[in-house]
Design a protein around this ligand. Structure first.
Ligand SMILES: O=C(O)[C@H](O)[C@H](O)COP(=O)(O)O
Ligand SMILES: [Mg+2]
Length: 307
């Protein structure tokens, strides 16, 4: 898929100002746009302050499910940036909303097996759902079919759904037990997001999608993926915040998630080159991805060019 208009690179003060004048609300992806792991990208604080001083509204929409919205406020604070929990949307939160609003599982009764991290279980707990799996230390043990407590004790019949996401403690034990639940046809299969990779300070690392693919392949099942570019996530944000899509801009570093989310959601789009994509891919008219309206070397260019 290609946009008919060539993406505009933000390289001058005039282009930067023209871009800023078009939008009153910005939805920021996090990994690859604001930071790389624990490393804040250049001029991020200055750019967010600039936008706030111009009266813009800021939201943060990340596919990274390893942290809950509450934990992300702490991560922002660790960089000296004040962000309220209700400005943050994660794929873990979107998955929990899916469990509650689409699958309509019963809190306090139905349980969820989590192949992923605490950013998922904390969001589920806020909605009253008990999770199994995740960081249970027994899953850190090497898998042995004769001794695994999850095999010996049998599957929990109250588990009605598997949520799979990015799990930096992925191992055979977690894969094996997740597969046991996915072999139950009545157990729903939900994925937080589809990102194949993510950027972290000079390295491209396996993303949630690469791990989810493993259990999807083993089970022969396709999960419902809840993060960007799923329009349900954007619909939830637009509804919760009463947004005018024509005045919103999605800022991301990945074409098949962030920019697709923005283009298909009828938002403006800005792609920054500090994460996954290259200028060559952004300008490629033959790619199978939507192209952004704007792109820039880094988010901080907005600050640098207008000051
Ligand atoms: O694999 C993942 O979960 C993602 O690549 C990742 O962390 C994306 O986060 P985002 O770029 O949406 O902030
Ligand atoms: Mg990103």
């Amino acid at each position: 898929m290609t946009g008919s208009t060539a993406p505009i690179k933000i390289t001058t003060k005039e282009i930067a100002q023209d871009f800023l004048n078009q939008y009153d609300t910005f939805l920021f992806d996090c990994d690859g746009v604001l930071w790389l792991g624990k490393h804040l990208l250049p001029l991020i604080t200055e750019t967010l302050d600039l936008l706030t001083s111009l009266g813009k509204t800021l939201y943060f929409v990340t596919n990274n499910s390893t942290k809950s919205r509450a934990a992300y406020t702490k991560k922002f604070a660790s960089f000296g940036i004040t962000v309220k929990e209700d400005q943050i949307f994660t794929s873990g939160y979107a998955s929990a909303l899916h469990v509650r609003d689409s699958l309509k599982l019963t809190p306090g009764e139905d349980k969820i097996w989590v192949f992923g991290e605490s950013g998922i279980t904390e969001e589920l707990a806020l909605m009253g759902y008990e999770s199994l799996g995740c960081d249970d230390p027994r899953l850190d043990e090497p898998f042995d079919i004769a001794t695994s407590p999850f095999i010996i004790n049998g599957l929990d019949p109250k588990v009605k759904c598997v949520i799979a996401g990015l799990d930096t403690k992925v191992n055979y034990h977690r894969l094996a037990i997740t597969l046991q639940y996915l072999q139950q046809p009545s157990v729903e299969f939900v994925a937080t997001n589809i990102d194949s990779t993510f950027p972290n300070k000079g390295y491209i690392l396996p993303g949630a999608g690469s791990m989810i693919e493993s259990v999807a392949y083993a089970s022969g099942r396709t999960p419902a993926a809840c993060g960007k570019p799923n329009p349900n996530m954007l619909n939830a944000i637009v509804k919760a915040k009463n947004l005018d899509r024509s005045k919103c801009c999605m800022v991301g570093d990945r074409l098949n998630t962030d920019i697709r989310f923005g283009v298909e959601g009828q938002l403006g789009t800005l792609l920054v080159l500090t994460g996954i994509e290259t200028e060559e891919r952004v300008l490629n008219t033959a790619g199978d991805h939507p192209r952004p309206k704007y792109f820039a070397e880094k988010l901080g260019d907005l600050y640098e060019l207008t000051n």
